[in-house]
Design a protein. Structure first.
Lengths: 372, 374
């Protein structure tokens, strides 16, 4: 297989819905893009931008309005249903309810395009089902009933089912939607590995910005007005595509963090001293309550770039985080006073109250430490 | 990627022994068991009734020999054998049809009659029986009445076939255009309401004798089918059963829902027409010859899922055929009230036996979805 070839590409594709006796609803038009083997592409966009319509059109579940799609260098419309099913498989958000069926049985359904009229599985079919379960690390789910599986387990088995079709392209509609955070990370990681191990192209839609930025080889950003931005995640951050696609009232995109914020004005400016993880999370805590944070040794110039907070000119104070007695301690110097805190909760509570009055319980009694 | 080679298919992957074959041993044995039980019920239904006939006499009659009493041979060959064969065929047909409808519509309460097949048959019969009655009621000749009761069962069967056939054509023409299965389900329900409204209008204007004739048709019976009618009924049902079994792979794909089925390369519209077609033939033919027999078609698939603990149609289709045949025979034996000269309406028996079974199956599970799952 040519690694640099494309497995799916479109030319001047228009997607949308046809209506009886009315003009069609065009969701996006003039789409030109391609998928290459071995890459994981995440499709992002605001609700209603047409992510599902695009996926459905690529899977031939609904017709395109105009333009061409090629799969494996053949026009999509020329493929017979069986040929298409051997080249492209899907994982939907719909809850599947197959009744009393084991994980193995569910994955076996993925062999349908390859088996005869009775669906009898050859030895090779059985090996491929085992391989697919193995590939999604779900060997232990083989004998379990699907009704007894957790959402994460069922999602893995559904991905194995799509894998058992041995497709060139896998399309997944929000595969992480109903999963808890560790399961999301696991599934995303799995998909990235599957793409590169099997030289398959995987396209998935998601709202999980952070995971997409970390795992995708490329992102497709579909804007509400039907524009598709295609590039490496970092490209799209640097060239402002994220702002254009997700622009909305009161929400700004933080280019350094790769995340969205609602706050516009900073309520103060603090200098932060300290190292490593502790300093990172101290900064997050301070920014969360609305302070612009300046790191030791960094110029003031970069601080306005690093966040969309609009910092005041003068520095209000400084926070220092240090290790002490196997734990951490936070020292705040503000308005000529010095306060010590044992937790970030105590520090942020103190700052939110305006730094005056209210001695917090978690404020560290310096004498206590001195006596030890 | 070379699709012919299995990636990562190494011997290190454990292949579960029961999964390397098409069926594991246990379901195969269960199927054989179900077939044996069906055969036993068949022999029992020949033996019991108003007169009890010993089993060895029945075997001798079936093998072409003589019974020690000539009457026994007559009873077995002329009455009980066609009735038992009819019951088996009808039970299998309704159960396969019910299973197909439950899978097609992904609805545990679907049965062979959801598409309005029995309503169509009822309307056909009602028109034949009652319209004449309306004419009589409005001052027509009473000789018509005698004429129809003589023509008897065959005219009823014909009008039922005409009615269910008409509904079938309507449903098929709608099914070709409609996108979703849910729409079809609702349309079937509406067909049902419309026809029963028409039937009640007919009943309202008809005379008592005709209403009684119509009501007794709705009770359902396996006993009215003659050898001659069986020559039409049996091939039609056997063809329908074969067609139903041919659809086991698409039915399995449809378990995932229509979108996934499409993505597996299934021609969903054609498969849907195939399922509706075979299901309608099965339910329509049974209704035409035996009347609208309730409950078997809904209950048997649930019982089989519970018993075999699978939703694989490769197992379920033969299983529901055997179990449907068994339960139809059982219901007929009970309705015959062995040892007495009385008989109960067949539909009353299927409902009295079937409803508690369905309730038990559902309550045993945590919820309806699991009951559907088995």
């Amino acid at each position: 297989m040519m690694m640099n070839g494309t497995v799916l590409r479109t030319r001047d594709l228009s997607i949308g819905y046809r209506r009886a006796r009315k003009a069609p609803v065009v969701i996006a038009s003039d789409l030109n893009f391609s998928l290459r083997p071995g890459e994981l592409v995440c499709l992002l966009g605001p609700n209603g931008a047409g992510k599902s319509t695009l996926m459905r059109t690529l899977a031939r579940l609904q017709p395109s309005l105009s333009g061409q799609i090629w799969l494996d260098e053949r026009p999509l419309d020329d493929l017979r249903p069986g040929q298409l099913a051997r080249r492209l498989s899907i994982v939907l958000t719909d809850r599947v309810d197959v009744g009393a069926m084991s994980g193995y049985g569910l994955v076996s359904l993925g062999r349908h395009p390859y088996t005869g009229w009775a669906g009898t599985m050859s030895g090779q079919d059985q090996q491929i089902v085992q391989w697919a379960l193995h590939a999604v690390r779900a060997n232990d789910l083989s004998d379990r009933l699907t009704v007894e599986m957790s959402d994460g387990e069922r999602q893995k088995v559904l991905i194995a089912r799509a894998l058992a079709q041995q497709p060139r392209v896998m399309l997944l509609d929000e595969p992480t939607a109903f999963l808890d955070l560790p399961r999301r990370v696991e599934v995303m990681d799995l998909l990235r590995q599957l793409a590169s191990e099997n030289s398959q192209a995987i396209l998935l839609s998601t709202h999980d910005l952070d995971l997409a930025l970390r795992n995708a080889d490329r992102l497709w950003l579909l804007s509400a007005d039907g524009e598709l931005f295609d590039g490496a995640p970092e490209d799209l951050i640097l060239n402002g595509a994220f702002e254009r696609v997700f622009s909305a009232e009161g929400v700004t995109f933080d280019r350094e963090r790769g995340s969205f914020h609602t706050r516009q004005e900073a309520c103060g400016r603090l200098r932060l001293e300290g190292d490593g993880v502790a300093a990172f999370w101290t900064r997050r805590a301070l920014e969360r309550i609305g302070y612009a944070v300046e790191r030791e040794g960094e110029g003031g110039e970069s601080s306005s770039y690093r966040s969309n907070l609009n910092p005041p000119q003068s520095v209000n104070g400084a926070v220092t985080v240090r290790k002490r007695d196997g734990g951490l301690i936070y020292m705040l110097e503000i308005e000529g006073r010095e306060e010590l805190f044992a937790t970030l909760n105590a520090l942020t509570t103190y700052l939110r109250r305006g730094g005056a009055g209210g001695e917090s319980d978690a404020k560290v009694d310096e004498d206590l430490y001195a006596r030890r | 990627m070379n699709r012919e080679n299995v990636p990562f298919a190494t011997s290190s992957i454990r292949v579960h022994p029961s999964l390397t074959r098409g069926f594991s041993v246990a379901p195969g044995l269960l199927l054989a068991g179900l077939a044996f039980v069906a055969l036993a019920a068949f022999m029992l239904s020949l033996a019991v009734g108003s007169v009890r006939i010993p089993l060895d006499e029945i075997v001798s009659v079936l093998l072409g020999g003589d019974a020690s009493k000539q009457a026994w041979a007559t009873i077995v060959l002329k009455f009980r054998l066609p009735k038992a064969l009819t019951a088996m065929l009808a039970g299998a047909a309704l159960s396969v049809s019910g299973l197909q409808m439950q899978t097609l519509f992904r609805n545990p309460l679907a049965g062979p009659f959801v598409l309005g097949i029995s309503s169509g048959a009822s309307l056909g019969v009602a028109l034949t029986v009652l319209l004449a009655g309306v004419a009589v009621g409005l001052g027509g000749s009473t000789t018509l009445l005698a004429g129809i009761s003589l023509a008897g069962d065959t005219s009823l069967a014909l009008s039922a076939i005409a009615g269910s056939g008409l509904v079938l054509l309507l449903v098929m023409s709608v099914a070709r255009r409609v996108q979703s299965g849910m729409t079809l389900l609702i349309l079937g329900l509406m067909f049902g309401y419309t026809t029963s409204a028409l039937v009640s209008v007919l009943i309202y204007f008809s005379v008592v004798e005709r209403i009684q004739a119509y009501i007794s048709w709705t009770f359902g019976s396996f006993g009215g089918v003659t050898w001659r009618q069986l020559q039409v009924m049996a091939p039609a049902i056997l063809v329908g059963l074969a067609g139903g079994h041919l659809l086991m792979k698409p039915l399995n794909a449809l378990l995932l829902g229509e979108t996934y089925a499409l993505s597996l390369g299934l021609n969903v519209r054609r498969v849907r027409l195939g399922i509706i077609g075979t299901s309608a033939v099965l339910a329509g033919v049974v209704t035409a010859f035996c009347g609208p027999i309730g409950f078997l078609g809904i209950a048997v698939p649930h019982l089989c899922r519970t018993l075999l603990h699978t939703s694989d149609h490769r197992l379920l289709l033969p299983a529901v055929s055997f179990m449907g045949a068994t339960l139809a025979l059982g219901a007929d034996i009970v309705a015959g009230l062995p040892g007495s000269q009385l008989t109960l309406p067949l539909n009353a028996v299927t409902a009295l036996l079937g409803a508690p079974v369905v309730i038990w199956v559902i309550l045993r599970q945590r919820n309806l979805r699991q009951a559907f799952a088995g």
